[in-house]
Write a protein that binds this ligand. Structure first.
Ligand code: SAM
Length: 240
């Protein structure tokens, strides 16, 4: 069931106008929808609707409301992913996959071993678009927030002690993510994943001194982007 994000509130249920270029192209050219066909949309108020197409031009599609669809696909807990900046387009991939899993926010962080030390605004805008598309595709209603870049240290020092704060660490030999989730109940889980070169020993010590729990995701060394998705996926499924 293809769903489309309507980037405005629905004023008139008898005349819902879709103007987003990608959505119009997908509906007309890819899905070849016709007048009379139905599609599913969701709006800024996180409401989901079944609508029927009443008019179509190359630039816009006009629909009328058929019914409101009540399906809650959001996670019952909040996962906030703090991901060290990575080379190439790995962060774009993480944004898409983490959104499909249902994370609440993605915060790019700069840690000591980051090769990439900044994120340009065009990339941030592109990630926002990827997030909206992935929310639509996966049936989510609330697109995750993509935050501005922060430093590892600032974020660590700002964490709330009543949340479960996890740092994925490949040298952790005692805690696994699963046993920590079994031991500690939480409504908000903040997950930290390092860059290609990993967190430095000083960063790990700072994290442990500030009540983060170091967890292993398994005996193998995962790429950062794999670790981000594995950790969020395990948490998401644990709280299904
Ligand atoms: N030290 C690693 C190495 O030797 O290649 C580099 C870090 S790894 C490529 C990138 C990040 O993924 C790490 O900082 C950590 O957050 C996470 N990670 C990778 N494998 C992991 C594992 N088995 N358990 C927990 N975290 C892991």
């Amino acid at each position: 069931m293809q769903r489309f994000f309507l980037n405005q509130a629905i004023e008139d249920p008898q005349r819902i106008v879709i103007r987003d270029k990608d959505a119009v192209r997908k509906i007309t050219k890819v899905l070849r929808k016709q007048i009379g066909d139905t599609i599913f949309i969701f709006d800024l108020a996180n409401e989901e609707f079944e609508v029927q197409i009443t008019q179509m031009t190359g630039k816009e599609i006009v629909c009328r409301l058929v019914n409101r669809v009540e399906i809650d696909r959001e996670l019952p807990i909040e996962i906030n992913l703090y991901q060290a900046l990575l080379k190439k387009d790995k962060l774009e991939w993480i944004c898409q996959k983490a959104t499909e899993i249902g994370v609440k926010s993605i915060t790019p962080i700069i840690s000591e071993n980051c090769v990439v030390k900044e994120l340009n605004s065009n990339k941030a805008k592109r990630y926002q678009k990827i997030i909206e598309e992935a929310t639509s595709q996966s049936g989510g209603k609330i697109p995750p927030v993509f935050n501005k870049v922060k430093s590892f240290e600032d974020v660590i020092l700002d964490l709330k002690q009543n949340e479960l704060n996890i740092i994925a660490h490949e040298d952790e030999r005692h805690n696994t993510l699963c046993n920590i989730l079994n031991e500690k109940q939480a409504k908000k889980i903040n997950v930290f994943v390092g860059p290609e070169g990993g967190f430095s020993p000083e960063e790990i010590n700072l994290a442990l001194r500030n009540s983060l729990v170091s967890v292993s995701l398994g005996k193998r060394i995962l790429r950062a982007e794999t670790a981000a998705i594995v950790s969020c996926g395990i948490i998401g499924n644990f709280y299904y």
